[in-house]
Structures are given as C-alpha cells and as structure tokens.
Ligand binder design. Structure first.
Ligand SMILES: Cc1cc2nc3c(=O)[nH]c(=O)nc-3n(C[C@H](O)[C@H](O)[C@H](O)COP(=O)(O)OP(=O)(O)OC[C@H]3O[C@@H](n4cnc5c(N)ncnc54)[C@H](O)[C@@H]3O)c2cc1C
Length: 384
C-alpha cells in the first residue's frame, strides 16, 4: 500500500524542527556563514529540545525514534533553516550510525551515552583520507594490535567536527591484504592525545560547520573500542552506515532547494519589470514550475528510500537515486533562484547566494553524484 501522509508524531516533529529552523537558525545563518564558525548557543538549544538526540535509542538517553523517514522529515526542516548549522548536528549523527549498526551493547552504552548528557556534544565520522575519498577501500590509516590496545596511525581529511568532536569514529585497516574485510571502525574518545586536529578548512559553503584534517599518531585506544568486537563482517556495518545516511543527506538537499524555491517565488511576485511582476513572465513562471516539480520528485525518491530502509528492504540503488536526484535538484534550484533574483541574488546580503554555495557540497559528500550514478548503473546493468 502507498501512503503519503505523515503520522501525528512525524507532523509534530516536523513542526518542532521547522519552528526551530525559523526562529533559531535563520536569523543567524548569514552571520555565521560569514564568520565560518559553529553557533554553539544554537547547537545547545537544539540539544536542549532533543533535536540532535531524538534518533538515539531510549535506553542510552535518546528520544528512541528509529524511523529513517521521520529523520528525513526533520533533516529537511533543519537544512531549510541552515545547511551549515544542520551539518554540525547531522555530522554528530553520522558518528552515531556506525555505533548503532556495528557496536555491541556495551559499546553503545559507553559511546552513545556521551551524547545524551546536559551539554551538547558533536561526533565525527572519519573515513576520507588524502588518497582515499570515493575509493574508500584504498584507505591506509592503520590499526595494529599491541596487547590490550589498538594503535592507530594515519591522516583523515575533510572531517566534519574533526578534532573538536566528543567521539571520533575512525575507519582504519587492520590488514590491507584483506581488502574491505580488514577495514574496521574504532571509537576514539575526546582527550586521547594520539588524535589531533590538522588543517582547518576554509570552505565554499556549509560554513557554519567545522571541517578539518584529523591526524592520528600512535593513537592508543583500548582493544574494546573496535566496533563490533571480533565480528569480521563489521566493515559491512560501515557500508550500511553510508547506505542509511544517504536518504538523510538527500532530505537535507531537499530542504535547501525548498528554501531557495520559496524565496524566489516570493521575490518573483513582488519584483516588477516591464510593468508587471516578473512571476507573470512565462520564462520565470516555467522556471518556478520546474523547480517545484523537481523538489517534489526528489522528496518522493528520498521518502521511498527511507521507507524501504525502515521496512528492512534492500535499498542501495534507491538510496543512490534519492541522493543523486536531491543533490542535483538542490544545485539547479538554488542556481535558478539566484537567476530569478537577478543582481540581488548575487549579493551576499541575500540568502540565495549562500544556499547556492551550500548546495554544491551535496553533490560531493556521502558519495559524489558520479559515484551514485556508478551504483545505480551497476545495479541496473548487472553482470555482462
Ligand atoms: C564540507 C565537507 C565535509 C565532509 N565531511 C566528511 C566527514 O565528516 N567524514 C568523511 O569521512 N568525509 C567527509 N567529507 C569527504 C567527502 O566524503 C569526500 O570529499 C567525497 O567522498 C569525495 O572524495 P574526494 O574528495 O577524495 O574526491 P575523489 O574521490 O578524488 O573524486 C574526485 C572526482 O572524481 C570523480 N570520481 C572518482 N571516482 C570515480 C569513478 N570511479 N567514476 C567516476 N568518477 C569518479 C568524483 O565523482 C569527483 O568528481 C567531507 C567533504 C566535504 C567537502
């Protein structure tokens, strides 16, 4: 059965997230974009109302919501508010996901509890390296066993909340000859002197988030910090993490696109040229029609992928289709929004210019648009 209606709980969370986005994020979004800094008071207020921990298990102090579809609904609203601020909050979530997918009960208790205290804490997921981005299996950060400890060495690049996180989930290879199977996730807790922040990035967009290099030098962690313990298939938990986060990222892209569309629609009604509102010019009206249609299509693909995940169905291809469509839609819609605002849209006093910069990263992170096409085409074409 197909049902497009949100539940009471989803509508309530959508409203809460929207109000938070409108009252707390929008008013300071441009200021923090210019500063290139995390607005900590806003992150704390999101934490106070449980927006960042709503999707953590109840037994570890979270809100206990398990539905990815509900998470998508919330992410769309937060990214409508500001994709930069939302990145910090969602970046924290990216650290939870591998713990939930791969962690033993004891690891979940120890690591997830760190995020559910009074003070807001951010998490980091460290996968990308200078020589391993799209080609994740090529990562070279090593994990060597030494008695009761693992010793991590290597450099991670472009890490959201890198160096400032309460917990870094680091992916490293225990044995390169084993390929994927040798890659495991490790929890590195704050205060470990073997992990330090390297270069802090000065970014095009999502500037209210923190992105940095993470350097691991003889970083010693207890043996029990290897996620999943002795389970040798634990790497598939990492892939599951990325699969399940793709609809969430897609929902974020839909949120930016919607923000830009609404702004451009409003502007086009008010702005007059040649004696009438520009919304009355067919060139502009059709642009708006295409923007709206693509946003709705991207949201439907996103919700379907999330729904499939929630129903335990394989959804690798569908998650990629959602991420691809939503990211490309966000890029196109924000670019068109700048066009509709003309010169005004190009100026930094207006949010559409920021939204266009923010949208670009959605075609890059969590698997580039080319990688999503690779996943989709491989599944469609199959073995030849
Ligand atoms: C703001 C920001 C935050 C980030 N946060 C995190 C984070 O928290 N944790 C983390 O681990 N990573 C993070 N990343 C890294 C991000 O996931 C990578 O940038 C992304 O996976 C791409 O890797 P790369 O940059 O090395 O590009 P590359 O893999 O070098 O790709 C370069 C180009 O080649 C194309 N390409 C590569 N392989 C193929 C192929 N087989 N077929 C066709 N085209 C191909 C790509 O699509 C791209 O256009 C972040 C990145 C940014 C920009």
């Amino acid at each position: 059965m197909v049902d497009f209606e949100l539940t009471e709980e989803q509508l309530l969370l959508q409203k809460t997230a929207h109000e938070f986005a409108e009252k707390e994020m929008r008013p300071i979004a441009l200021e923090y974009d210019k500063k290139g800094a995390i607005p900590w008071p806003v992150v704390q207020r999101a934490h106070d109302i449980g927006l960042d921990t709503a999707f953590l298990p109840e037994k570890y102090g979270g809100g206990g919501i398990t539905s990815t579809l509900t998470h998508c609904v919330v992410n769309e609203e937060l990214n409508w508010g500001c994709a930069g601020i939302a990145t910090g909050l969602i970046g924290a979530g990216l650290a939870y996901l591998p713990i939930i997918h791969m962690g033993t009960d004891a690891q979940q208790e120890r690591f997830l509890r760190r995020f559910t205290g009074k003070e807001a804490k951010l998490g980091a997921l460290c996968l990308t390296e200078p020589d391993a981005g799209s080609d994740v299996k090529n990562l070279s950060t090593s994990a060597k066993r030494d008695g009761d400890e693992w010793v991590l060495n290597g450099t991670k690049r472009f890490i959201t909340n890198g160096g400032i996180a309460e917990l870094h989930v680091v992916f490293a290879t225990t044995d390169r000859s084993l390929g994927y199977v040798g890659i495991r996730g490790f929890g590195v807790e704050k205060g470990n002197t073997g992990l330090r922040q390297g270069k802090v990035e000065d970014k095009m967009g999502v500037r209210a988030s923190h992105t940095a290099e993470v350097i691991l030098e003889d970083c010693r962690i207890p043996a029990e910090n290897m996620l999943g313990g002795d389970d040798r298939t634990a790497f598939y938990g990492a892939m599951k993490t990325l699969e399940s986060s793709r609809p969430l990222v897609a929902a974020g892209a839909v949120g930016i696109a919607r923000a830009a569309y609404e702004y451009a629609l409003d502007y086009s009604r008010k702005r007059h040229a040649f004696g009438s509102p520009i919304a009355k010019k067919q060139a502009i009206a059709f642009m708006l029609a295409d923007m709206k249609t693509r946003i709705e299509a991207a949201r439907l693909l996103t919700w379907r992928a999330a729904w499939m995940l929630d129903h335990g169905m394989p959804m690798n291809k569908e998650a990629s289709m959602a991420k691809l469509m939503a990211a490309d839609t966000a890029m196109d819609v924000t670019t068109d929004a700048v066009q509709i605002l003309g010169g005004t849209g190009y100026m930094r006093d207006e949010p559409v210019e920021k939204w266009m910069r923010d949208a670009k990263v959605f075609q890059i992170w969590e698997g580039t648009s080319q990688i999503q096409r690779l996943v989709i085409s491989r599944e469609e074409i199959g073995e030849l």
